[in-house]
Structure formats: structure tokens, C-alpha cells
Design a protein around this ligand. Structure first.
Ligand code: ADP
Ligand code: MG
Length: 238
């Protein structure tokens, strides 16, 4: 479990500022969801936390250490990509074990980690299949499995369910909630889907044009939206 602190974080692409001074503390084990309309900076902020995007100004503190300049591999976080990022020519077993294999981990250790991930994600029956022979939900679980094997202290998800159909989305939402309980890891999850945010989050961060419009529990945001933007986004009656 990691705590992640953002201090006056800014992102500039050339002359254009897309993240405009974000201060936020994500507590150990917390499930935090970033919501907001397309283009408001959700992915950019998540990629900065992951280290995939440079931070222009401000600091990213992970477990008390300044991680702002650390490469992704040093941060101990797992970025879960959408399921289409799987290797089509590899079995499920090899897809899940791939990050360990590329890190030079011994085979016995890889097998043990893959078995553990398969147990948690109920992937045992599919280990020898190729991604094309799996359902969308199963593929998504493989994508999650690939990040679990590295024992991350936090998971970062960028719209992991957006390319699944409606019923699978509901199923996977439930799977992710269970995963959070089982792994007891901190999770930061980006979505533009209010229902996902309201059902999964401990706290929701509403982003508006690169700034935090409001942070609170789903209940707080629903009952006391800070402004009309939040109210309309969350769908509260005000
Ligand atoms: P969201 O994930 O909320 O839809 P993004 O973080 O992807 O938003 O994008 C935020 C803003 O930053 C958008 O205006 C987008 O066009 C811009 N942006 C994102 N990545 C780049 C980039 N590599 N270069 C220039 N502008 C970018
Ligand atoms: Mg995005």
C-alpha cells in the first residue's frame, strides 16, 4: 500500500498548460477516482503519477519520498492498460508473466507469481489460451494480472472498462471492487462514467480544465456539490 501526494503539480505541453496546480493526498489503501469530461487532463495527471509523462512543476511524493524525477520502474506502481495492449501471439500465461521475464526473474518464481495472479483473478482455466480466444472481461483480467505479478503498492487504471459492453462493465466493476479488497492496495482510477465513480470510489476527484473542482466521498459530492459543474457531472439534483 502506498500513499501518494501531489504538490502544486503542473503540466505544460509547450505553451499550453493542461494541469494547473493540483494538490492532492491519496491515502494508503484508498480507492480514488478521477472524473471529468474528455480533455480535462485525467490521463495526463495519471501518466505523471506513473512517471510516463514528465512533471513540469511541483512534486509527486510516493510513500514520503520525492519521486518526481524517478523513472516508472522505480515508482513501484502498476499502470493497468486497456485489454487491447495484450500480446496476441502469447498465451495468457506468457502475457501475465511477461513483465517478470523481461526483468530476468527466474522461471520458478515467474510460475509461482503467475499461479498466484491466476488464482486471484480466476484465470486458471484460460492460462494456455491466446487473447483472441477470451471474452472482453477475461482479457481485462489478463491485463490486470500482468500488473499484479510485480507486487505493486498502487494500481493506476485509465478507463479500463471503456471498451467493454454494458453487462461486462458491470461485471468488471464488481471484479475491480473485489480486487481492491483482496489486494488491499491503493488505487487511482480514471473514468468519465459517473456510475463507475459513484459505486467504486472511496473519494472522487472532479477535474475541470486541469484543476480540481472538488474532492470528496461520492455522498459528499452528491449531497453538496461545490458548483454547477460538479452537480451536473455527478448528476445530483441541485
Ligand atoms: P482526458 O484524459 O481527461 O480526456 P488528457 O489528459 O488526455 O485528457 O488531455 C488533456 C489535454 O492535454 C487535452 O487538451 C489534450 O489535447 C492535451 N494533451 C494530451 N497529451 C498531449 C500531448 N502529448 N501533447 C500536447 N497536448 C496533449
Ligand atoms: Mg483520457
Amino acid at each position: 500500500m502506498a500513499s501518494i501526494e501531489l504538490k502544486s503539480v503542473e503540466k505544460w505541453f509547450g505553451e499550453v498548460q493542461v494541469i494547473k496546480g493540483v494538490d492532492l493526498t491519496i491515502n494508503e489503501g484508498e480507492f480514488v477516482i478521477f472524473v471529468g469530461p474528455s480533455g480535462c487532463g485525467k490521463s495526463t495527471l495519471l501518466r505523471m503519477i506513473a512517471g510516463l509523462e514528465e512533471t513540469s512543476r511541483g512534486q509527486i511524493i510516493i510513500d514520503g519520498r520525492d519521486a518526481t524525477a524517478e523513472p516508472p520502474s522505480k515508482r513501484g506502481l502498476a499502470m493497468v492498460f486497456q485489454s487491447y495492449a495484450l500480446y496476441p501471439h502469447m498465451s495468457v500465461r506468457d502475457n501475465v508473466g511477461f513483465p517478470l521475464k523481461s526483468a530476468g526473474v527466474p522461471k520458478e518464481e515467474i510460475d509461482a507469481k503467475v499461479a498466484e495472479a491466476a488464482r486471484v483473478l480466476k484465470l486458471d482455466p484460460y492460462l494456455d489460451r491466446r487473447p483472441k480466444d477470451l471474452s472482453g472481461g477475461q482479457r481485462q483480467r489478463v491485463a490486470i494480472g500482468r500488473s499484479i505479478v510485480r507486487d505493486p503498492t498502487a494500481f493506476l487504471f485509465d478507463e479500463p472498462l471503456s471498451n467493454l459492453d454494458a453487462s461486462l462493465r458491470v461485471e468488471m466493476r464488481y471484479e475491480i471492487a473485489k480486487l481492491h479488497q483482496t489486494l488491499n492496495a491503493s488505487m487511482i482510477y480514471v473514468t468519465h462514467d459517473q456510475v463507475e465513480a459513484m459505486t467504486l470510489a472511496d473519494r472522487i476527484v472532479v477535474l475541470e480544465f486541469g484543476k480540481i473542482a472538488q474532492v470528496g466521498t461520492p455522498r459528499e459530492l452528491y449531497d453538496s456539490p461545490a458548483n454547477l459543474f460538479v452537480a451536473q457531472f455527478i448528476g445530483s439534483p441541485k
